[in-house]
Design a protein around this ligand. Structure first.
Ligand code: GLU
Length: 486
């Protein structure tokens, strides 16, 4: 289509001619960024960055009912959170329908496509016959060599590709290896529907070409499509991309990942499960790709090391435990102020204006064993509870019997501490234990129960230091003498 805005290169294809690698992620909006899609995006991103090329994003929004603005935002949002920044503007497939129709017309003009006037009823009858004869169900090419007559004038038609019937098509897939399909197995697929809208097969090929995509890295559920898409590429005389079809992610039981295995949307890993993006990235990277025994791989290392050849052919299995362990690792590495900002909104209690700073100071103690932001928020909540504290069942037990007397002594000893710092507090509590001739743990238990309302918390001296003198002593008094209503 000479002279149109969609000449090759309009979307940057011409710059790819110099050997630059161009990859793309092409999600269809479904309401969220699928965790498997995120891995596809990551592999495309890493390969492009590794090769010094470009990584493009195309939203395949031709399903108008599903492609709502929130569904599109969810994808962009997930990509941004994972730090998978794409190059250039997002390409929206639906906007390119005109260009897709132009390519269909070009194929008609070349004789590489034809108009098919078969009605829905005729095609249904054809399929019924094939079913009855136990033949593979495919379009029989009834309009392939048949010029429409006068009676077809004004009748609806679809445009079909005049697919190669002889020989075979071979894809030398970078992950799957060489894969061959007999051309006789591929029927003449529809390119344009009778309402003039493009099919997915046509749109993908045209967009990849116009965007200058050199490497198509996607789920292996698209491998069969690739053979059909090659038919269009060949008919147009376009350059074949390199294909890399990566195995899908399966659940721990080996079945294709689905809702019953856990969350599918990346947003749930962030919001509901409290994961850090670097943990999710590291985990996704390790699903289907590896670098020796390296477990923790930074973004920089991933860009340096990533290559398609090391992508495995077996489906990766999703293992939430591994992801949680990675998350624990990255929480410990993360900056405390950053974590405080992530934890603060998850705390039920009113944290007040000083909350973020207190959280930041508490973070080194809070994050040691945590596996998620949620766990940190939960273990941080004692800092913000209002007095008198609700004491949970386990903690209440630790305050029974003689514990309150011991607690009273501890409180008095602490009240006498001049310098309210962890070492000074520790010295005072050790003295209480020695005088009472009991272990330090015995003193710490009721203390912890009174200060946090729980049986577990960060180290007790750190808890005291974080709460400060006034609040600590008040919480202790609340338990020593509940009736007084301090
Ligand atoms: N839109 C397709 C999907 O979400 C991907 C198409 C492609 O990568 O070629 O499955």
């Amino acid at each position: 289509m000479a002279g149109t805005a969609w000449e090759t290169g309009a979307l940057g294809a011409s710059t790819a001619a110099g050997g630059e690698v161009v990859t793309r992620f092409a999600p269809s909006p479904t309401g969220f960024l699928h965790i498997g899609g995120a891995r596809t995006a990551l592999f495309n991103y890493l390969y492009a960055r590794h090769m010094g090329g470009r990584f493009l994003l195309r939203i395949e929004d031709t399903d108008r009912a599903r492609s709502t603005q929130p569904a599109i935002e969810a994808i962009l949002d997930g990509m941004t959170w994972l730090g998978l920044d794409w190059d250039g503007e997002v390409v929206y497939q639906f906007e390119r329908a005109q260009r897709h129709a132009e390519v269909a017309q070009a194929l008609l003009d070349k004789g590489a496509a034809y108009r098919c006037y078969a009605t829905a009823e005729e095609l249904e009858a054809m399929r019924a016959e094939q079913r009855a004869a136990k033949l593979p169900m495919r379009y029989d090419g009834r309009w392939r060599d048949c010029a429409p007559g006068l009676e077809q004038e004004g009748k609806p038609f679809v445009v079909r590709l005049r697919a190669e019937r002889e020989g075979e098509t071979i894809i030398d897939d970078r992950v799957q290896g060489p894969v061959t399909v007999q051309n006789a197995e591929l029927d003449d697929m529809v390119l344009l529907r009778s309402d003039g809208t493009p099919t997915y097969m046509l749109a993908v090929v045209v967009d990849d070409h116009d965007m200058g995509v050199t490497h198509v890295i996607r789920g292996d559920d698209h491998l069969n499509n690739a053979f059909r898409q090659m038919g269009i590429i060949h008919a147009m005389g376009w350059q074949e991309p390199v294909y890399a079809h990566i195995p899908l992610i399966h659940g721990a039981d080996g079945a294709k990942l689905s809702k019953r295995h856990g969350a599918l949307g990346v947003d749930a890993y962030r919001d509901e499960m409290g994961m850090l993006p670097e943990a999710v990235n590291n985990y996704l990277l390790r699903m289907g790709w590896g670098h020796g025994d390296d477990e923790f791989i930074s973004r920089e290392q991933a860009i340096e090391w990533f290559d398609l050849d090391a992508v495995g052919r077996a489906p990766a299995r999703f293992d939430l435990k591994k992801l949680e362990n990675l998350n624990g690792h990255y929480l410990r590495e993360a900056d405390d102020a950053r974590l405080a900002a992530l934890v603060a909104p998850k705390i039920q209690e009113n944290i007040g204006p000083d909350g973020p700073d207190l959280l930041r100071r508490a973070m080194p103690f809070l994050k040691v064993r945590a596996k998620s932001i949620n766990e940190i928020a939960d273990s941080a909540s004692f800092l913000f509870r209002t007095r008198p504290l609700d004491v949970d069942e386990g903690a209440a037990k630790l305050l029974e019997d003689g514990a309150r007397q011991l607690l009273a002594r501890t409180r008095d000893a602490l009240a006498a501490v001049g310098d309210w710092s962890a070492p000074a507090l520790e010295a005072a509590i050790r003295e209480v234990a020695e005088e009472a001739q009991i272990g330090l743990g015995k003193v710490a238990q009721p203390l912890r129960a009174a200060l946090t309302g729980r049986t577990t918390s960060p180290g007790i001296f750190d808890v005291l230091a974080l709460l400060g003198r006034e609040e600590s002593l008040a919480r202790l008094s609340d338990q020593v003498d509940p009736a007084a209503g301090h």
